[in-house]
Design a binder for this molecule. Structure first.
Ligand SMILES: Cc1cc2nc3c(=O)[nH]c(=O)nc-3n(C[C@H](O)[C@H](O)[C@H](O)COP(=O)(O)O)c2cc1C
Length: 197
């Protein structure tokens, strides 16, 4: 368990031990490893069991990996290029082109946590990214109009922190959280909306 993540109530260690490093070793992942991680995402809950998530992946060393890498903003590309695989998380915003799937992003988020925890269980690290070239991505990924890019996730083996720039080395540590009292309210909202950052 990491030392700066202290829960107020006892929870399973996977929730504390999972974090999002940026230092990846350049070790590739097998397609089976990537599909195992996506299998966990497949079993995530979704509204009406619509399973609106769609995943597009590329494994390091194969051409798709570089294509997906080119869809990240330069900041993310700089460290994610060492990952073993990249996964783009997309969601179906409508199945019939008329009625929206209101919870599509919410459901895709649940699937993303599932795959991140599965990766952690497998001794891998996963790092989600919202820093994507959103204009370019749908074209390159061949997405229908009703499919929306939600995020990307870099997965792989953890590498040496020295592979990162000095600035990123400073940030390469598990983050903390705001207190439970700032986010959980009995009966009605009582808080103040403040950004923790
Ligand atoms: C939707 C989403 C978008 C994110 N975008 C980025 C990103 O573009 N670049 C990055 O380095 N980290 C990104 N992160 C990682 C978060 O900063 C990280 O999850 C957060 O600080 C909590 O840290 P932890 O995952 O280590 O617990 C993103 C995470 C999520 C869930």
């Amino acid at each position: 368990m990491t030392t700066n993540r202290i829960p107020t109530y006892p929870i399973d260690s996977q929730f504390l031990d999972r974090w999002s490093p940026r230092a990846f070793s350049e070790r590739t992942l097998s397609e089976d490893q990537v599909l195992t991680v996506l299998e966990a995402a497949r079993w995530a809950p979704s509204a009406a069991n619509l399973q609106p998530w769609r995943f597009i992946y590329g494994v390091r060393g194969e051409p798709e990996f570089n294509t997906l890498l080119s869809l990240l903003v330069p900041f993310n590309e700089g460290w994610a290029k060492h990952a073993g695989a990249l996964i783009f998380i997309t969601s179906v915003s409508s199945f019939d082109g008329e009625r929206p799937v209101r919870s599509a992003s919410f459901d895709a988020g649940a699937a993303t946590l599932a795959l991140s925890l599965q990766a952690h269980k497998m001794g891998l690290i996963a790092h989600a990214m919202g820093g994507i070239e959103y204009e370019k991505a749908p074209l390159v990924l061949n997405l229908p109009d009703t499919v929306r890019v939600e995020a990307a996730v870099a997965i792989g083996y953890q590498g040496e922190v020295t592979s990162l720039s000095e600035a990123l080395q400073q940030r390469e540590t598990p983050s903390v959280r705001q207190p439970l009292s700032a986010i959980a309210f009995k009966g009605r909202f009582e808080g103040e909306i403040k950004s923790p950052a």
